[in-house]
Design a protein around this ligand. Structure first.
Ligand code: GBH
Length: 465
């Protein structure tokens, strides 16, 4: 079938689904788990829509067997999940909690028996509350060192079964949204304000220092994992890359998009992959610039086995300009379409440009699309099925663009759909659904959606279908 051949992915391409601990596990205070900053944040009325919390979540902690079976039925060959730090170290440091480790042991048994490759994220935002209280969380180097110790310990325990570890998920999100609040542009000059736990409002200088601590934590953790894991264990990060999409595919416009993408990611991907903060970032920060040493920059840019990028939307549209930056950011049209989340500007082309620009800017050995997906107003129809035609449209369009990027030479080795099932969408609560599988949060019954059929066919044929 020629049509399929032209639209296929390289042999060995991973088709996966993704989740995170706080969003699905529930069992928030079971088996010795300590509270995380998300438990504390969610328990304050007003922080999460409808007063939803992750206390029970999807009850994945008890239903993981059914959930792995569901992933199998989706044709997933890989699963990206996160490990809850306060389940392993209830206070953030100290003695490991064997019961918490036992949960991930059981999950891994189930995944490996199903032939699903586990990819583990070590930090998906659920910082042990004890570290927030004692040290101000990521404001302190104590947390940075505690994270590296935890990462090395987890790798020593699980690297006989887990071959890929992601250090931290979405630096820009948990740092900027958690310590200041971020405004995302959604067209027509409108913005939406986004916040995450711990819900702080730091000064510029303090925020820049937290940013620096987060990338330093990544570098130290990478080294700790390499020291303590089995030889051959692969390490990288997962970042929600800020992507500048060029309007036209010409060398001049692409150069402008490269310069803008490098600036958009200055405090995170750029410093991790280049080992230096861009001059423009430091100049703009002025006296609020982070304090750092050359040795820290070297740690932050420890060579990686792969780069993980979460790709949802363009951060900006740009065109070339004569000024020193080399690009101009364009306003977004008031009628630009969005998907089911307030911030989710729709443009499938970002799935072409994010891997292409990552490759031309930083030339990584390997790239994973660690997240991509959309929220939709999923409602079971009279026949019990969920007809998420908009998610199918989104998936097909994004994977068409990804296939084009890979065919053009971007070294992408896998795609993880966010999410395996509906779950607690942070401040948006359970009402904002990202799953391929519908979850009734009253009964916790799971039902695959129409998009699950699409995903299964694509995964089985290793092609856009
Ligand atoms: C990811 O967040 C998270 O990793 C995951 O836990 C979450 O459930 C999922 O995606 C769906 O939201 O990009 O210019 O709008 C990514 C979502 C990234 C959305 C940062 C808001 C703000 C800046 N967020 N984004 S912009």
């Amino acid at each position: 079938m020629t049509a399929t051949g032209e639209r296929s992915f390289p042999e060995g391409f991973w088709w996966g689904v993704a989740t995170s601990a706080y969003q699905i596990e529930g069992a928030w205070d079971e088996d010795g788990k300590g509270p995380s900053i998300w438990d504390t944040y969610a328990h304050v009325p007003g922080n999460i829509r409808n007063g939803d919390t992750g206390d029970v979540g999807n009850d994945h902690y008890h239903r993981y067997r059914e959930d792995v079976a569901l992933m199998s039925s989706l044709g997933a060959g890989a699963y990206r999940f996160s490990i809850s730090w306060p389940r392993i170290f209830p206070e953030g440091t100290g003695r490991p909690n064997e019961k918490g480790l036992g949960f991930y042991d059981r999950l891994l048994v189930e995944l490996l028996a199903a032939g699903i490759e586990p990819f583990a994220t070590l930090y998906h935002w659920d910082l042990p509350e004890a570290l927030q209280v004692a040290h101000g969380g990521w404001q302190s180097m104590n947390t940075v060192h505690a994270f590296a110790d935890y990462a090395g310990f987890v790798a020593s325990r699980f690297s006989d079964r887990v071959r890929h570890f992601f250090t931290l998920n979405e630096f820009h999100s948990f740092v900027d949204m958690g310590h200041r609040g971020v405004r995302a542009e959604v067209g027509g000059g409108k913005t939406v304000r986004l916040a995450l736990a711990p819900g702080l409002e730091l000064s510029d200088a303090d925020l820049n220092q937290v940013r620096h601590h987060s990338v330093l934590a990544h570098g130290l953790a990478t080294r700790a994992i390499r020291e303590r894991a089995r030889a051959g264990t692969k390490v990288g990060f997962a970042e929600n890359i800020g992507t500048a999409v060029p309007i036209i595919d010409t060398p001049e416009h692409v150069s402008a998009a490269e310069a803008a993408t490098r600036d958009l990611n200055a405090a995170y991907m750029t410093v991790m992959l280049e080992g230096a903060y861009p001059d423009s970032y430091l100049a703009e920060a002025g006296s609020a610039a982070p304090r750092f040493t050359d040795e820290e920059l070297e740690t932050i840019s420890t060579p990686l086995d792969f780069v993980g990028i979460n790709v949802y939307r363009p951060s900006a549209y740009v065109e070339p300009s004569e000024d020193s930056r080399g690009y101009r950011t364009l306003p977004v049209s008031a009628s630009h379409p969005t998907m089911g989340s307030s911030w989710h500007l729709l443009d499938p082309a970002v799935m072409y440009w994010a891997p292409r620009l990552t490759t031309s800017l930083w030339d990584p050995e390997s790239i994973f699309i660690t997240e991509n997906g959309c929220a939709a107003a999923d409602v079971p129809a009279a026949d019990g099925r969920v007809y998420d035609t908009d998610r199918v449209m989104f998936l097909r369009a994004c994977l068409t663009e990804l296939q084009r990027s890979v065919a053009g030479g971007a070294p992408v080795d896998g795609y993880f759909h966010w999410s395996a099932q509906d779950n607690l969408e942070w401040g948006d609560g359970f009402g904002t659904r990202f799953g391929l599988v519908y979850v009734d949060f009253r009964t916790l019954e799971r039902t695959p959606k129409l998009s699950a059929d699409w995903f299964r066919h694509a995964a089985q044929r290793n092609a856009v279908v």
